[in-house]
Design a protein. Structure first.
Lengths: 299, 259, 314
């Protein structure tokens, strides 16, 4: 019974963590039809930026400790803006319209570049920024002890989900974005500034990815290569959910989270196997994911 | 008269659009049938259903008495059905000759090899002959993405004639072909088929071609077959006139049987 | 068309002779560099083969690593050191795994295929890193190889391995070149250009991609075995995404038009890597990334396409 609860809670925490990555990736794919492998390095950059900001914040000792949490979204926004704009305006906009796999190679190249950029800026030694993690203490649920921080993670993810849902469905801009997702050319014909949407979407998507790294940073030691494992997982999430679907990313994260938690508690070695096994299973019945869009007729 | 193709209550929807509605058609061996209808009426959808590219939501397709409803395009091709495409489906980076060679080596019952080169004197001879037969041998060494639409169309059809097809479905065989050449192309295509007693169904918008080459006409409208009769009868049908043909047939050549 | 095939064959044969001569006269370091290039060249050929069918494999390291580890394990745990047996074992393992995985992979294309292949290689990486018995992240050493009873040492051993590597790579390149001109070779290209038409012509695209995947896996496995016995050591990094990325890099850089192109590409890569690590250690990935972007932007056919027009006129 405790095990079941552990799996549920662990699964939720994991799902929340992986959702932030999946959200950004699926958003970018939905709007721009680009599967952004560089999201892994955006995650890493978010983590690095986060430890830097947190380190700076607590080092001075003169700021209220609880306000330090503002460093997390701050780091995310900073990376989203700087890296996001650099990538989109500096590289991607010259490549629009190219084949999806070519775009994949482009984002892969960007991934390689950013990995080294992080090394050049922050070096290769591990970084720690435990304050936000430790400050909230722990909570006990039925014999299980959890850091409160992990629940903050869930809260943040839910906020992001609600924010995106509200943004897409309740605002004018959101509705326009949905139009762009469905039919880029038609949107242009209607006068929607698709280029602007691309830039803004990429920055927001990048910020979500960076947020994933930023909130993780206090829990781990931040080292080079942080982003690679995440990409492999995020991919499973967005594929299960259906590329381009926000609800899909949510369900996909939930599935991956629970499955992974179950594996970790029962047979840890098969963790990645199981996640990909589930993905293969979903794809066997729904080749484009659970919430995929309709197929365009070719002939 | 042996039935070679039989569809029963064939239906499919694309979201809210009806692609095919209760299509029941029987095609006999050796027939030449013209398939007409406005754009979006369901003609290509019909071909896509029969050749396995689409799976119907209900209804069956029988070929030579066997149920082929759930088969894939490859299995359908194996059985002897061929089709050409509205938009020519070619290997754009290859030359016309290589396209033909590839099609030849990939055909059902041909032995494929990991070792023997694709371009051998024997295979190339056959391929060149085919290209010659269809009048496009001059384009043999050119990359097909550079070729004019008409030549691409013909190559597309030529590739569909390989092997010994029993049933061939042509999707707008002369669209993109210049007006002067339409008859020439159709003559070549239809002659070849007539010699081999191939059953032919061709989709066409040019009514003259339909009149000239088809003995029987299937008229589509909104996913339904609104007429299924011999050409004269079908083309004179008031529904067909209203939804497909228009009231007057514009002639550039005298109709067959007249001076 | 026939003359071009003879050209490649002739170039390969001349190349082999030159490489062998080089091997006897060159310094240890340089010879080792060339040897490594030859081994990784095989893996790049594997990537190239899939690229020609329109599929990008971001995880070819899976088979590279598998071949290397099988060869290493055979020697380390069971004392098998005969290179021919090792080659057999490594290739067999890759054949087996690729046949099984192929059933899953061939249902996908484009970005799915790329990411799947990435994930599979990372799964192997994860398994090896956790495997204490295999040395985890440190890997383990591979015992010296023997050659049908002949057990050389020192300088002779190095030269023998070099000769073996050169000859095997030559044979694989020749066979592959022949394959690319064959029916199946063209079918691979046809799949990239119009998969639907291939199905409509009567061939199973999935079955074909499966064959391509298996062949690519086998060649990569051979490359892995050769690397294992050349370096004398194996570790999980062989399956890491960055290793696979380098193979993609070379394939992209060289272009997929001809089997010879990646040879130059891999050698340049090894050369670049050696100097980059010495002078600018944190920029290796960056250099690769920037070069890839430039190639994608300006040279979509790879470096090989630069001389292409001139060659076809001949």
């Amino acid at each position: 019974m405790t095990k079941l609860l552990a799996i549920l809670i662990d699964g939720s925490i994991y799902a929340a963590w992986v959702f932030l990555m999946g959200l950004g990736m699926t958003l970018i794919y939905g709007v721009m039809k680009i599967l952004n492998i560089a999201h892994g390095s955006l995650y890493a950059l978010g983590a690095y930026m986060s430890v830097s900001l947190i380190g700076f914040y607590y080092a001075t000792g003169s700021f209220p400790p609880m306000l330090g949490y503002a460093m997390l979204p701050l780091a995310a926004i900073a990376v989203g803006l700087i890296a996001g704009l650099l990538i989109e305006r500096g590289v991607l906009r010259f490549m629009y319209g190219r084949d999806e796999v070519v775009m994949l190679l482009v984002t892969y190249s960007i991934f390689l570049i950013l990995e080294d950029a992080a090394k050049l800026i922050w070096g290769v030694d591990p970084y720690f920024a435990y304050q936000p993690y430790g400050l909230l203490g722990t909570v006990e649920i039925l014999d299980l002890i959890y850091p409160v921080y992990d629940f903050l993670l869930i809260a943040i993810s839910l906020c992001c989900a609600v924010f995106v849902w509200w943004g897409l469905n309740k605002t004018r801009v959101g509705k326009l974005l949905i139009a762009v997702i469905h039919d880029r050319e038609m949107s242009m014909a209607f006068g929607i500034n698709v280029k602007l949407f691309f830039t803004v979407t990429f920055v927001i998507g990048a910020a979500f990815g960076a947020l994933g790294g930023a909130v993780t940073a206090p829990k781990v030691s931040v080292v080079p290569g942080l982003g690679v494992e995440v990409i492999v997982l995020a991919f499973a999430v967005v594929v299960i959910g259906g590329l381009g679907s926000i609800e899909g990313a949510m369900i996909g994260s939930a599935i991956v989270g629970i499955v992974r938690a179950a594996a970790v508690h029962i047979l840890p070695e098969v963790e990645l196997f199981v996640i990909y096994g589930v993905m293969a299973l979903v794809l066997a019945f729904k080749p484009h994911g659970l919430f995929a869009g309709p197929e365009v007729r070719k002939i | 008269m042996t039935a070679i193709l039989q569809t029963n209550n064939l239906s499919i929807q694309f979201g809210g659009v009806v692609g095919a509605s209760d299509i029941s058609v029987t095609v006999n061996k050796g027939e030449v049938i013209g398939v007409i209808g406005a754009n979006g009426a369901g003609k290509t959808t019909f071909v896509n259903l029969v050749t396995g590219y689409l799976k119907p939501s209900s209804g069956t397709i029988h070929y030579m008495g066997n149920d082929v409803t759930r088969l894939t395009p490859r299995e359908i091709t194996d059985l002897g059905i061929r089709r050409s495409f509205q938009i020519p489906q070619l290997f754009d980076e290859m030359t016309a000759l290589d396209n033909m060679l590839t099609a030849q080596s990939v055909a059902p019952k041909v032995v494929r090899s990991f070792w023997m080169p694709l371009q051998r004197s024997d295979t190339m001879e056959i391929a060149m002959k085919r290209l010659e037969h269809f009048g496009i041998v001059d384009s043999a060494q050119q990359e097909v993405s550079m070729l004019p639409q008409g030549v691409r169309k013909i190559l597309d059809i030529a590739m569909a004639t390989i092997g010994e097809p029993q049933l061939v479905m042509l999707d707008e065989p002369t669209s993109g072909v210049s007006a002067e050449e339409k008859f020439e192309v159709m003559d070549i295509v239809m002659d070849a088929f007539a010699q081999q007693e191939v059953t032919v169904m061709f989709i066409e918008h040019d009514m003259e071609l339909v009149e000239r080459y088809a003995k029987r006409v299937l008229a589509f409208y909104n996913g339904m077959v609104i007429a299924d009769a011999d050409s004269r009868q079908a083309l004179a049908d008031p529904h067909v006139r209203e939804y497909v043909v228009g009231k007057e047939i514009h002639r550039t050549h005298a109709p067959q049987g007249e001076n | 068309m026939n003359t071009s095939k003879d050209n490649t064959l002739r170039t390969l044969s001349i190349g082999l002779i030159l490489v062998l001569i080089f091997g006897f006269v060159a310094t240890d370091w340089l010879r080792f560099l060339v040897q490594m290039s030859l081994a990784t060249f095989l893996v790049v050929l594997g990537v190239m083969l899939q690229m020609r069918a329109g599929l990008v494999s971001f995880g070819q390291g899976l088979f590279y690593c598998l071949g290397a580890y099988v060869a290493g394990m055979a020697g380390y745990f069971w004392g098998i050191t005969d290179v021919f047996l090792l080659l057999l074992a490594g290739t067999a393992a890759c054949l087996l795994l690729s046949v099984v995985l192929g059933f899953l992979l061939v249902r996908y294309r484009g970005i799915f295929y790329a990411n799947f292949s990435l994930a599979l290689s990372m799964i192997l990486y994860g398994l090896l890193v956790k495997a204490e018995i295999l040395g985890s992240t440190d890997g383990f050493n591979v015992p010296h190889s023997t050659f049908l009873g002949f057990a050389p040492e020192g300088e002779t051993l190095k030269i023998t391995i070099f000769v073996l590597t050169s000859v095997i790579v030559y044979l694989v390149a020749v066979v592959l070149h022949r394959y690319l001109s064959s029916t199946y070779g063209y079918m691979g290209d046809a799949i990239r250009q119009n998969e639907l038409r291939v199905e409509y012509l009567g061939a199973s695209v999935r079955s074909l991609i499966h064959k391509v995947y298996v062949i690519a896996a086998a060649i990569s496995g051979i490359g892995g075995v050769l690397t294992a016995i050349s370096v004398g050591h194996v570790d999980p990094d062989l399956a890491y995404w960055t290793t696979s990325g380098e193979f993609v890099f070379v394939a992209l850089l060289s272009g997929t038009a001809n089997v010879i192109a990646p040879i130059v590409g891999t050698f340049l890569l090894e050369l670049l890597r050696t100097y980059a690590f010495e002078y600018a250690p944190y920029t290796w990935q960056m250099i690769l990334g920037v070069t890839m972007l430039l190639v994608i932007l300006f040279l979509p056919g790879g470096i090989w396409s630069i001389g292409a027009e001139r060659r076809t006129e001949n």
